[in-house]
Design a protein around this ligand. Sequence first.
Ligand code: PMP
Length: 445
Amino acid sequence: MSTNVKATTSKGQALYRRAKQIIPGGTQLVSKRPELYLPDQWPSYYQQARGVEVTDIDGNTYVDMSMMAIGACVLGYADPDVDGAVKAAIDAGSASTLNSPEEVELAELMCELHPWAGMVRFARSGGEAMMVAVRIARAFTGRDKVAFSGYHGWTDWYLAANLGDETALDGQLMPGLDPAGVPRGLKGTAFPFHYNRLDQVKAIVDAHRGELGAIVMEPLRSEQPNPGFLEGVRDLATEIGAVLIFDEVTTGFRMTDGGIHKMLGVNPDMAVFAKAMANGYPMAAIIGRGPVMEAAQSTFISSTNWTERTGAVAALATIKKCRRERVAEHLIRIGEQTMAGWKKAAEAAGLTVHADGLPSLAHFAFGHADEPVLTTLFTQDMLERGYLAYSQFKPSFAHQPSHVEAYLKAVESSFSMIAAALKAGDAASRLNGPVARRGFYRLTS
Ligand code: PMP
């Protein structure tokens, strides 16, 4: 493990400058933009990732105590069991004219884990799988309109919410999403509500009763459900004949084997998984009650790359390991240790730090003015100490308590430096580059 690397990230910076010339937006995923973490300093590109360690293209090795592939690598990087299974699939041919048998086994496994579900379709990424789910729900109900809460990806059905009121998606996890290019004809088809606001769901249902095909939401993300909230949404969906879709793209396989809804006692009509289900290999699943899923046959949902073999093989190996090794319990323990450590370090330094939410999707926020400056300073300082660190930490099975202990020692030093900066009023001038950005925005340089 490296510490105090005093990173030089010049190759990473140069490559990202080239990327921005030829790839609009610099990367394919907003959450991997260096500007979000540490503009002009973030390592940006990796050459190797194993366990909890990432080596950047300048040759620096860091311990990743941040996003772990934006929540995809639930077992850690380059997990030997998953990679071994994928390598065997590659050796046996990862694509052919015939189908891969593993997708049937995976469909059966997903239904075994979620006994309310009877049928399964596959795709290869979260937003795309959500689009499939909404299409099936619309086909099943014959209705166009969708009520939703939270973030569900880049596709038209979702961004349509911003056609009428361009702030409709603000407060839904990723503010500032621009619906340019989304047909204006979709205006008035997607209606946002806030988590725990059953009154808002009721108002949408009352206004669009016979036209609402789906209610889409994460069953839980950062806020615990109020008593009766999820049950209330379930009842409303049943009452009006809308399909209740739980988006488990981020929450799936982090708190239990399968969807977090299994812990909440409310079953949807459909649920969607991606990210953690295949430890970073492209894979997504849309599961649902049989009669709803059958509607997939009344419309056209079909794609060549949804049939390749590595995704299904990686998912089977990941899910089997998650069950065998009780991975979710490990993630919860590691996340709890980290969150308790943030609080302790903050107290020792005299800082106000809020850390709540699910331990396996841990995050904190400085409770001081100029919070973005402090978070950027934290990332900058921790990078010099050998860590990819941010206000979010997505634990993996590869993170051991010893990693967390060493990280928390560095956090203690970092927090006391930040407290000193606050006292001196010079936090901004301690930054060696611009302040980190938030949400979606257009890159201008
Ligand atoms: N739904 C939720 C809840 C998500 O968190 C995400 C990704 N952050 C998506 C959908 C979109 O998934 P993807 O990035 O794989 O398209």
